[in-house]
Design a protein around this ligand. Structure first.
Ligand code: G3H
Ligand code: 13P
Ligand code: NA
Ligand code: ZN
Length: 328
């Protein structure tokens, strides 16, 4: 059934596990996430970005997730709006059946310009008001995502990738986080502690201090009842990059967030771990391999099945690693 994100995150907090939140855009991604969850008995968070709704169309996306609910009646499923760019976007997501919304007020509605703190408080408060009235959970975001290796802000975070940032600018401020949650009453808070969106997070293999775990501990200690969210949490598996390159792809050397770092963050209040890039890489690797190995085949079901299987393997490994396996 569709469940509330708040309930699911509360359960995760009580039992000390984390949940991967996978982005979905099409049928095979929904199937991969669901088949994986069924196999290891994990609850599911599926999330759709504005881009996903543009790609599939609102009705197709909604019915795909509703189909998952119908096909897997025993698995708790959250349908979440990822990076809502305005209260209006969140409102329309709720009207189309989402049980959880993210109001990303760290950015202006253009989705690329960093917003100031007062704006973020104001729009988040507004979304909390109408969402909580109908039992919908609200995730907010405070801070500028960016890599502590390159000291560059996430391109999607409005600062522009050109400028070099200070460490402090790339970390969520704990005093501000406390004030933000008190004012907005959001259920979950996405924080900046060194992750960033996309495949190009780090230029060298991370050594273990790539996330600001001390900062995470401090925020969690001061906001023990706020579920923390980590965006940009793909691990960018080197085996998938190797397959993509072997079968004709061209992706430069790059590294993601090691799964062990994600596991460490779960110990300090991170409950929702956003993953999009790893599914993209898994599907692309499988499709490239399938088509190169079977040059005469042209039935999309064949290469899309291969893509689904590779995505499913990745989903299973995250459910197991984060401890949501066995919790459905
Ligand atoms: O946070 C961004 C997600 O990876 C969604 O990406 O906007 O290309 O759908 P998208
Ligand atoms: P990745 O690009 O690391 O998969 O992050 C996805 C994300 O944060 C979606 O909101
Ligand atoms: Na941000
Ligand atoms: Zn994100």
């Amino acid at each position: 059934p569709i469940v509330s994100m708040r309930q699911l995150l509360d359960h995760a907090a009580e039992n000390g596990y984390g949940l991967p939140a996978f982005n979905v855009n099409n049928l095979e991604q929904v199937q991969a996430i669901m088949e994986a969850a069924a196999e290891v008995d994990s609850p599911v968070i599926m999330q759709a970005s504005a881009g996903a709704r543009r790609y599939a169309g609102e009705a197709f996306l909604r019915h795909l997730i509703e189909a998952a609910v119908e096909a897997y009646p025993d698995i708790p499923i959250v349908m979440h709006q990822d990076h809502g760019q305005s209260p209006a976007v969140c409102m329309s997501a709720i009207r189309s059946g989402f049980s959880s919304v993210m109001m990303d007020g760290s950015l202006l509605p253009d989705g690329k310009t960093a917003a100031d703190y007062d704006y973020n408080v104001e729009v988040t408060k507004e979304v909390v008001k109408f969402s909580h009235a109908v039992g919908v959970t609200v995730e907010a975001e405070l801070g500028v995502l960016g890599s502590l290796e390159t000291m560059k802000a996430d391109k999607e975070d409005g600062i522009g990738a050109e400028g070099t940032m200070t460490r402090e600018q790339l970390l969520t401020n704990p005093d501000q986080a406390v004030d933000f949650v008190a004012q907005t009453q959001c259920d979950a808070l996405a924080i900046a502690i060194g992750t960033s969106h996309g495949a190009y997070k780090f230029t060298r293999k991370p050594t273990g201090d790539i996330l600001a775990i001390d900062r995470l501990k401090e925020i969690h200690a001061r906001l023990p009842n706020t579920h923390l969210v980590m965006h940009g949490s793909s691990s960018v598996p080197q085996e998938l990059l190797a397959l993509i390159r072997e079968y004709g792809g061209d992706i430069r050397e790059t590294y993601g967030v090691p799964v062990e770092e994600l596991q460490e963050s779960i110990k300090f209040g991170v409950r929702k771990i956003n993953i999009d890039t790893d599914i993209r890489l898994a599907m692309t690797a499988a499709i490239r391999r399938y088509l190169m190995q079977n040059p005469s085949h042209f039935d999309p079901r064949e290469y899309l099945k291969a893509a689904k299987e590779e995505a499913k393997k990745m989903c299973i490994s995250r459910y197991v690693a984060f401890g949501s396996a066995g919790q459905a």
